[in-house]
Design a protein around this ligand. Structure first.
Ligand SMILES: [Zn+2]
Length: 261
């Protein structure tokens, strides 16, 4: 632990993301605009550590320059701004495709016959193993429009922090699994019913796939469009604010107020 701490201090001293490049990254990502100077400095430090501790692996001809790396890292560490980089322990690779990618999954039917299924994806997070993202989806994220493929996959990684990917991450002592369930279960059931009824929900219907997808998609809205999440499922917003230790609603509202004044 001591060595790790010492190593991180050296990285931050010698390799902190340069100021000008960082300012460009922040200005390109509306998602970050409500953060205070202190929060932006901590985010820059976390992004720096992330780039040193994880290996970004572009495939299929994708070329990554510094600006792209900073842009990705800034969004990746936003969920752990007040949790710490240790929450991303246990995996090292982030594989990046230029665009959506096909995955092959084998599954066995009741008769014991194995079938192969191909699916087109924008991201993937493995229980023990890499995160996979499509760069086209990374660039479509961060605009405060409710979609964020990076935060989605990171939410899956955080969800796995207590072992299972089930829509409930490891909770702090100040939180309880009962309160989490009390907020998420009825919201998920209500959302599934609305989607099944064919309602045009303002939230992405993909959230109805499974409780873990609901958590990941609600995390996207928590950071990208908290007003909408708060309007639809305020109790879910409250639990996410406690888990992430961020008040995104207040942050983006104060930003809107500063624009109008
Ligand atoms: Zn997902």
């Amino acid at each position: 632990m001591f060595f790790r701490h010492w190593r991180r201090k050296r990285i931050l001293r010698d390799h902190l993301i340069p100021q000008t490049a960082w300012e460009t990254t922040v200005s390109n990502l509306p998602l970050l605009h409500g953060l205070t100077e202190d929060e932006l400095l901590r985010l820059r430090q976390l992004a720096t550590l992330f780039l040193h501790e994880k290996s970004l692996e572009p495939v299929e001809g994708l070329q990554l320059d510094h600006a792209m790396r900073y842009d990705l890292a800034a969004q990746t560490v936003l969920p752990i701004l007040n949790l710490g980089i240790d929450w991303y322990d246990g995996w090292t690779s982030l594989v990046l495709y230029p665009d959506e990618f096909a995955t092959r999954q084998d599954w066995m039917d009741e008769a014991g016959v194995v079938h192969a299924r191909r699916e087109i994806r924008s991201g993937e997070a493995w229980q023990i193993g890499p995160v996979v993202l499509s760069w086209a989806d990374v660039t479509a994220s961060g605009g405060c429009e409710g979609y964020n493929a990076v935060i989605h996959e990171m939410a899956h990684k955080l969800d796995m922090s207590n072992g299972a990917m089930d829509g409930c991450p490891r909770l702090s002592d100040a939180m309880t699994a009962a309160a989490w369930r009390h907020a998420f279960k009825p919201a998920y059931e209500d959302f599934c019913r609305r989607v099944d009824d064919g309602e045009e929900t303002p939230l992405d219907p993909y959230a109805a796939e499974a409780p873990e997808e609901f958590f990941a998609v609600m995390s996207e809205y928590f950071f990208e469009w908290p007003e909408l999440l708060h309007q639809e499922y305020p109790a879910v917003y409250e639990q996410l604010a406690q888990f992430y230790r961020q008040d995104t609603l207040c942050r983006l509202a104060s930003l809107a107020a500063s624009f109008s004044s």
